[in-house]
Write a protein that binds this ligand. Structure first.
Ligand SMILES: Nc1ncnc2c1ncn2[C@@H]1O[C@H](COP(=O)(O)OP(=O)(O)O)[C@@H](O)[C@H]1O
Length: 521
């Protein structure tokens, strides 16, 4: 009877914790099925019957429509992982789920939450240190381990990995730039051949197609704006002065258009639309026009061609000044089969477009995600080096972290144990997804790694044999592993810390209210 009461007491005390843990478990079990080379795809369907088929952890999590706040914390964590390093989202989610479960197990045993958390924090710091310390640095862009990292993240697609490497080689100095993303070069298109284009692709057709044959020696104007005359407000138009202003604006505009002809502009790119007069003028003068290009395209064109972003008011400037805003490209042409425009031979900084072909609409998005993952991994491996993949390195981390417990006072070691156990989960899940007995393979591999003193040993998920992952080309970028462990631990630790859930007013509404109050005072 007494025991029953006690259990009940514990359960009440940890109600919030259990509710969170259950939600996280439910969520991470779904993504776990997709982890690793033998992970299955998930099919997500919305209430209108729209279907997405994917193997990508962050996509599954984002589209899952998770309602529970704890589950949403894990979704946001996976998104952060995607933003930061572009890969490792499934691993991070699975690890977070495992950390929460293992942490809860210790708490249920009666270990105080604070001790579990302290131990986990110590284990985390040690794990992060070991990841940095053991990262195998790569020498150059042509290092095969980079290709391997891209191939592993890109679902084994060797061709895409090689194209990414060639693209990276063209812009090597940029890869170190934290603002640059190799994945931004990827463009997937139904019916295209997978290939490297040494230039920028604008995913649009020009305003008219005939006459838009291949342009050579192209001077181009890029407007982060539309090509319209200055507008006069409708009310003002009714007055005589207003109407005169209107006529004047039209005249200035006509003059400005003539400047473009004088400057020999052959291509105009706009982020907004164009007026009828301008369109007619361009048509007559064989100037190719593409309207409503995206900001991303704009940025790439500016860099590539050396053009400066102009506004329509820039056209009021004298010709000599306007000339300085123009860019240059050797060629520009519209590919009518693929319905996009290719600009090559820019006078600015080198760039490339990694064109990914897909057979149908259904697979094009997934192909794009895979290629972007591969690109993210390539760049991350270049910056930070690589580690053995397939969960093998996590087993080494698990052992090393476990050994910490002998050095720690009292109960903190339980937190360390929880962390060490959780690190075994990605490998076990991958082995199970490949149809093996996860626990058995885990035990065998842990022993083998110690016996051979080689933490690169892992499981070949095809044959069930143990092989050296580095030699076999199964590598993960150190930065991806680092962020996955860090992000997963942070979210797990904050979830374990929560012992009360209080329903509050809508946070956004609350914040707005505060601002209004502040204004009044
Ligand atoms: N051919 C392979 N053999 C062994 N492990 C692989 C292979 N391909 C991928 N992996 C491993 O699968 C894990 C990544 O799985 P994935 O489902 O892509 O999840 P994530 O979203 O975490 O990248 C990595 O640990 C990687 O090393």
């Amino acid at each position: 009877m007494k025991k029953e009461n006690q259990t009940q007491e514990i359960e009440e005390r940890y109600q919030a914790l259990f509710s969170n843990a259950a939600a996280v478990k439910a969520l991470t079990q779904v993504v776990a099925n997709s982890l690793g080379p033998k992970g299955l795809d998930a099919m997500l369907v919305d209430r209108f019957g729209e279907v997405v088929v994917t193997n990508d952890g962050v996509t599954i999590l984002t589209l899952m429509d998770a309602q529970h706040p704890a589950a949403r914390m894990v979704v946001n964590m996976a998104r952060a992982q995607e933003r930061e390093v572009g890969d490792g989202t499934t691993t991070a989610a699975v690890l977070a789920g495992a950390l929460v479960s293992e942490g809860v197990n210790q708490i249920l045993k009666g270990v105080p939450v604070s001790k579990v958390l302290a131990g986990m924090n110590r284990a985390l710091n040690h794990a992060l240190f070991l990841i940095r310390k053991n990262a195998i640095k790569v020498g150059s862009i042509t290092d095969d381990r980079l290709l391997a990292a891209a191939k592993i993240a890109g679902r084994g697609d060797e061709r895409v990995a090689a194209i990414l490497r060639d693209a990276a080689a063209m812009l090597e100095d940029k890869l170190q730039d934290p603002g640059f993303k190799l994945a931004d070069l990827v463009l997937a298109k139904v019916g295209a051949d997978t290939t490297l284009i040494p230039g920028v692709v604008i995913n649009k057709s020009p305003l008219w197609e005939e006459g838009s044959q291949k342009l050579q020696e192209v001077r181009l104007l890029v407007l982060d704006d539309g090509l319209y005359p200055e507008e006069v407000e409708e009310e003002a138009l009714a007055s005589e002065a207003g109407f005169e202003q209107y006529l004047k604006n039209q005249k200035i505009f006509q003059e400005n258009l003539k400047k473009l002809k004088e400057l020999g502009v052959k291509l105009i790119l706009l982020t907004r639309g164009i007026s009828d007069i301008a369109e007619e003028f361009c048509y007559e003068n064989e100037i190719m026009v593409i309207t409503r290009i995206t900001q991303k395209e704009l940025k790439r064109v500016l860099e590539f061609t050396g053009a400066r972003a102009a506004k329509r008011t820039s056209l009021n400037k004298p010709v000599e000044e306007l000339q300085k805003m123009l860019g240059y490209a050797r060629t520009c042409f519209y590919d009518s089969r693929l319905d996009f425009t290719i600009i090559e031979g820019g006078a600015g900084k080198a760039t490339a477009t990694v064109l990914i072909g897909a057979a149908t609409d259904e697979v094009v998005d997934e192909q794009e995600r895979i290629a972007k993952d591969a690109a993210g991994s390539f760049a991350a491996a270049y910056r930070s080096g690589v580690l053995p993949g397939g969960g093998a390195f996590f087993l080494y981390l698990s052992r090393e972290v476990e050994s910490l417990k002998n050095r720690l006072p009292g109960m903190e070691s339980y937190g360390v144990m929880a962390f060490s156990e959780a690190l075994k989960v990605p490998f076990r899940v991958m082995a199970e997804n490949a149809g093996f007995n996860g626990l058995e393979k885990l035990g065998d591999l842990m022993t083998l790694q110690v016996q051979k003193n080689n933490y690169a040993l892992g499981l070949d998920f095809e044959t069930g044999e143990f092989i050296d992952m580095i030699a076999g080309g199964v590598v993960d970028p150190a930065e991806v592993v680092y962020q996955a462990v860090k992000n997963a631990s942070e979210v797990a630790i904050s979830l374990l810390k929560i012992n009360t859930i209080i329903k509050m007013k809508d946070y956004e509404v609350l914040k707005e209210g505060e601002q209004e109050d502040g204004g009044k005072r």
